[in-house]
Write a protein that binds this ligand. Structure first.
Ligand SMILES: [Zn+2]
Ligand SMILES: [Zn+2]
Length: 155
């Protein structure tokens, strides 16, 4: 018998429990993210994958639904700067992201000190926290090595 926590609540039940309508679009987006746990996707990508599986939904609906799911705490938004965000299932594990601006690779990390400070800062400004995560932008080791291959050391 599977452990209860290994079988997530079906999207529709989860949405209704959270007081959302559970529209077909909400179910499609949440269901997709539940099936791809630990993935990070742009709204365009989510829209494309759902459309490819046969569900009709336009891009503006995808954006609207993603915002609703972020607000309800189902989905976390990883901001990659102006007008560009990735979305992932909010599993309740607080984590942040290292983003390579060259290849787009994303690594996750969790740091207890940052997590504590984040809560304290949100509290100080009276901000209700809804799962926005931090992203550190840079160039990953592989891309840095491609740009500046290490020289053989002179002996
Ligand atoms: Zn890279
Ligand atoms: Zn993540």
């Amino acid at each position: 018998m599977p452990h209860p926590s290994s079988s997530p609540i079906p999207a529709l039940d989860a949405l209704k429990r959270a007081g959302l309508l559970g529209t077909a679009a909400q179910v499609a987006v949440l269901d997709y993210l539940q099936r791809t746990e630990h993935g990070h996707f742009s709204a365009e990508e989510i829209h494309r994958r759902i459309a490819a599986s046969g569900d009709r939904m336009n891009l503006s609906t995808t954006y609207r639904v993603l915002n609703q799911l972020v607000e309800a705490g189902f989905v976390a938004n990883v901001s990659l700067g102006k007008h560009h965000s990735l979305y992932e299932l909010n599993t309740g594990e607080v984590h942040d992201h290292l983003v390579c601006v060259v290849c787009g690779r994303i690594e996750e990390f969790s740091d207890p000190t940052i997590n504590r400070r984040r809560v304290a800062i949100a509290k100080k400004f009276g901000l209700r926290f809804i799962g926005k995560t931090l992203a550190l932008h840079g160039v990953c080791a592989a891309c840095a090595a491609r740009a500046h291959p290490p020289r053989p050391r002179a002996k």
